[in-house]
Design a binder for this molecule. Structure first.
Ligand code: UDP
Length: 454
């Protein structure tokens, strides 16, 4: 295993993007690099979703004034505006921090692709920067496909074309699976934003929370395109030497004790991640679908994730009585522990990349309810390529929810998918073991960072 051995501390500055799905893999990368001998500085947004430093006494946390006091993900408003504010406001504070406190100690800055201001800072301070993507290379390619369509002036596409495969991508992906709706005109602001975060600029390397086995075609194509070393080191949480607490919301750990009481593979876990919201009608339909399936369930409903409600006030009358003995609703769960629990037999998910990886890593078949971003693409792969998921239709109705739950939890199809999921889990385990692709890639990354020290 490649580790750093020097008399004086060598600092790696990590600049995460402040959303749960981005923050978690970046902090886990920090834990890994720390275990390999580097000092870790986390330069984070001061007000908008800052990480909790007490969970990581081994890191130094540097808050960057983001000018976003009083805003959080649920009240974020215009997302592009928030990203733009962060990229404008955090630049000088990062530069000042490195110049005044870390001069001469920094080997490199690793930054989330959405924190693209870092490239300027690195350039200014003559430091190497490394571009970090919390998702797949395929997802990045899908944005290049959108830009290509825009450049060829093909947008908006007619509705009739949305079912067709996108020529530049895996044949399973249709225009309607792209992260941006291509059936309507895309604003110039959005185009500029895509260009900003998909440009690796002067980065000397790229890190992906992705895996050769799942993403090889896109990884190889982008490696060729970028002409700098690319390190796919996913699933990062499985390479981390110790599990770390990275949740922005408090985890309700009572659900683990609750799971302990149930039979193997008997509980459905339901969660739409940290950002997706639903209307009250969808909540009611999902609730009846779950209740009518007769299955046990653990359901995460984040506060304010149901439009117009604080929490679960609009659950239908009778739902609580009907499911009291077999269901639990919490505001936020320790998801990795939940998925690793023997009582969990299925996952109704929005298919965020972290949730997808965490489910594959534990061999849990999925019911896919994608909402936006890369989730449609992840769902397509889970259902049609990896064959460990089924998809819920766009319109969520109690009958389809009930049917999907039964298919995964009770029917033979569910057993087959579980079998496939367990095989996938085995292959992922190999990739993070010594000589596995991600393990090797991590060793190469550490070696590469050491080579940057001068
Ligand atoms: N998560 C969690 N508890 C919950 C729900 C989600 O810890 O109750 C974590 C989950 O393990 C994952 C992250 O939040 O690591 C969500 O990331 P993902 O990429 O799946 O979706 P996003 O939130 O970015 O849409």
């Amino acid at each position: 295993m490649e580790t750093l051995e020097t008399a004086k501390p060598v600092v790696v500055v990590l600049v995460p993007f402040p959303l749960q799905g981005h923050l978690t893999p970046m902090l886990q990368l920090g834990t890994i690099l720390h275990s390999r001998g580097f000092s870790i500085v986390i330069a984070h947004t001061q007000h908008f979703n800052p990480p909790n430093p007490t969970n990581h006494p081994e890191f130094t946390f540097v808050p960057l004034s983001d000018g976003l006091s009083g805003r959080d993900a649920s009240s974020a408003g215009n997302f592009l505006e928030i990203i733009s504010a962060i990229n404008t406001n955090c630049k000088q504070p990062l530069e000042d921090c490195i110049m005044n406190k870390l001069e001469g100690q920094v080997a490199c800055i690793i930054y989330d692709s959405l924190m693209y201001f870092v490239d300027d800072v690195a350039h200014q301070l003559k430091l190497p920067s490394i571009f970090f993507r919390a998702t797949t290379a395929l997802y990045m390619q899908s944005y290049y496909a959108v830009l290509a369509l825009e450049e060829k002036k093909m947008l908006p596409l007619p509705e009739s074309q949305l079912q067709e495969p996108v020529p530049e991508l895996h044949s399973i992906l249709r225009y309607q699976d792209l992260p941006i709706s291509v059936s309507s005109k895309i604003s110039e602001t959005l185009i500029q934003f895509i260009k900003s975060f998909s440009n690796i600029r002067s980065s000397v390397a790229v890190i992906w929370n992705s895996i050769e086995m799942l993403d090889h075609l896109a990884l190889h194509q982008l490696q060729h395109q970028y002409q700098v070393p690319c390190f796919p080191i996913g699933p990062i949480h499985k390479l981390s030497p110790s599990p770390s607490q990275t949740s922005l919301l408090p985890e309700d750990t009572t659900c683990i004790t609750w799971l302990d009481k149930h039979a193997p593979k008997s509980v459905l876990y339901v969660s739409l991640g940290s950002l997706a919201t639903m209307g009250d009608k969808e909540l009611v339909e999902t609730a009846w679908g779950i209740a009518n399936s007769g299955q046990k369930f653990l359901w995460v409903v984040r506060p304010s994730s149901v439009n117009g409600s604080d929490w679960i006030e609009c659950l239908p009358d009778g739902f609580a009585e009907l499911t009291r003995e077999r269901g639990l609703i919490v505001k936020w769960a320790p998801q990795k522990k939940v998925l690793a629990h023997w009582a969990v037999g299925g996952f109704l998910s929005h298919c965020g990349w972290n949730s997808t990886l965490e489910s594959i890593c534990e061999g849990v078949p999925m019911i896919c309810r994608p909402c936006f971003g890369d989730q449609m693409m992840n769902a397509r792969f889970l259902v049609h390529v990896w064959k460990m998921g089924i998809e819920l239709g766009k319109v969520v109705e109690r009958e389809s929810v009930e049917k999907a739950i039964r298919m995964v939890m009770v029917d033979e199809l569910g057993n087959e998918m579980r079998h496939t999921a367990v095989e996938m889990k085995g292959k992922l385990e190999l990739s993070v073991r010594k000589d596995g692709s991600s393990y090797r890639s991590l060793d190469e990354l550490v070696e590469f960072i050491i080579s940057l020290i001068h």
